[in-house]
Ligand binder design. Structure first.
Ligand code: PHE
Length: 461
């Protein structure tokens, strides 16, 4: 049997959607989205973000899906197969890999924090913390935890090893089975928490911040942030979803899958906002623009406030929340790990086991450096940013959208239209309404949109 037939495959349609949505839904929605929304002024940012999802993100996602499923190859080889005479294209895949390594490294740091928070919640520590000097206990706890050299690093290592374990088990047994259980549970819990958040005293102000746009807050950096957040949250621009699609069967409806993933992803982000901003406005002294600590400070506070009369809920819900956050992060890091592992395994003919170990080792080193850069190493900066912030900034705001730009140019301008049609209609067996509109968005709207946002950021307009 040749290599192609030997590759793993997702077994069911729902498994395909949940695994892709598992890649998309993660800290990007529950941690990064509220942070960016808070720093960029609220509702106006969210509107821009939704426009970026629809006009820029969806075409990129559909393109990744069709490139991956057409070739059944890793993200870099996929471009080689589709553009055998123009080798430059596979750089799109390779740069994506580099971005994948960088994202995996800084993302695992935050995932490690969630792991620690799950353990602390499991030990009922948050309910026992008391402030001795009148300062916010959860804020002091967070700051001292992340700047500690040892604990966050240990959590990060543990988290990366967890990712390693699932990826090593392969496609169907590991990734698919896992996503099927975790995703629905996460939705239910988020809805439940959103309901509770509505009962807090900051609910009205929080919703106002989220849904009443103030367009005077929009400037070029807000637009770039919205685009970066859309790409980061959808896991697009680096070939992750292209790699996942290489395990799709021929019956999968690519456009509908992309639509479902984008919908689920946006829904989870907005629900997270509905949980977090009411919480922020219910805690004295907290501001939406708090930055990366937002989720880790506002939430324990609010759990404490809402459930102070119900000790069982005060114990169970925070634990469940952080535990699910760990799982949601895991389904995302698995997709990053898989992107790079598939590349080493297939393009460099390395055994899958060896490739998995290599990726884990690289990310352990880089992840540790990112983690230390928030504490003992904070004086070492690149362009004024810690390594952690620099990786986040460079990947989300630049590498992902640039990758996405080349991907839509590839499918819109380079690839034979017949291939697009065959993949989007499964060789004519599905209807694809609005194919010409889609082509127009793919060829003109998406590439020009991304390009203009960059020009705007560089001060050209
Ligand atoms: N989309 C993921 C999240 O929201 C993060 C991610 C980015 C995953 C890029 C894969 C690739 O958490």
């Amino acid at each position: 049997m040749n290599e192609k037939n030997n590759r793993g495959k997702f077994a069911s349609k729902i498994g395909v959607i949940l695994a892709s949505a598992g890649s998309a839904v993660g800290l990007g929605n529950i941690w990064r989205f509220p942070t960016e929304t808070g720093e960029n002024g609220g509702a106006a940012f969210i509107l821009l973000y939704i426009c970026c999802i629809l006009l820029l993100g969806l075409p990129v996602m559909i393109s990744e899906f069709l490139i991956g499923r057409r070739t059944h190859a890793d993200a870099s080889a996929a471009f080689e197969i589709l553009a055998p005479k123009h080798h430059q294209w596979h750089w799109v895949g390779r740069i994506g890999l580099l971005a994948g390594i960088m994202i995996f490294s800084f993302y695992s740091v935050v995932a490690g924090w969630t792991l620690n928070y799950a353990v602390q919640a499991g030990l009922n520590r948050f309910n026992q913390m008391v402030s001795t000097d009148g300062s916010n206990v959860y804020s002091s706890y967070f700051n001292s935890f992340v700047s500690d050299p040892l604990m966050p690093t240990l959590c990060l290592v543990f988290f990366i090893l967890l990712t390693h374990y699932v990826v090593a088990r392969g496609i169907e047994k590991g990734i698919e089975r896992f996503s099927k259980i975790m995703m629905p549970t996460l939705f239910l819990l988020l809805l439940l928490l959103a309901g509770f958040a509505m009962t807090t005293e900051g609910a009205a102000e929080g919703l106002n911040f989220l849904f009443r746009p103030d367009f005077s807050k929009i400037n070029s950096s807000v637009v770039l942030s919205a685009m970066g957040q859309a790409f980061f949250s959808l896991s697009i621009g680096i070939g992750c979803l292209c790699t996942y699609a290489s395990y799709f069967r021929k019956e999968v409806n690519l456009a509908r899958t992309a639509g479902s993933v984008a919908l689920i992803d946006t829904f989870v982000a907005i629900i997270s906002g509905i949980i977090i901003f009411p919480a922020v406005y219910s805690v004295a002294g907290m501001e939406p623009s708090e930055g990366p600590s937002l989720v880790f400070v506002a939430l324990p506070n609010i759990f404490h406030i809402i459930f102070s009369d119900y000790p069982v809920l005060a114990y169970v819900l925070p634990f469940l929340f952080y535990f699910l956050l760990v799982l949601a992060s895991l389904t995302s890091t698995i997709s990053m790990h898989e992107l790079i592992t598939a590349y080493f395994h297939e393009s460099h003919h390395m055994s899958r086991k060896k490739a998995t170990y290599m990726v884990t080792a690289i990310c352990l080193v880089l992840g540790t450096l990112c983690s230390l850069s928030l504490g003992v190493g904070s004086s070492y900066t690149i362009a004024g940013m810690t390594l952690f912030d620099f990786f986040d900034y460079l990947t989300a705001k630049w590498m992902l959208p640039i990758g996405g730009l080349f991907i839509v140019i590839f499918t819109g301008w380079y690839l034979d239209r017949k291939i697009l049609w065959e993949e989007l209609t499964n060789n004519g067996s599905l209807r694809f309404f609005g194919f010409h509109i889609f082509l127009f968005v793919l060829k003109y709207v998406a590439p020009l949109g991304i390009f203009m946002i960059f020009l705007d950021q560089l001060g050209v307009f």
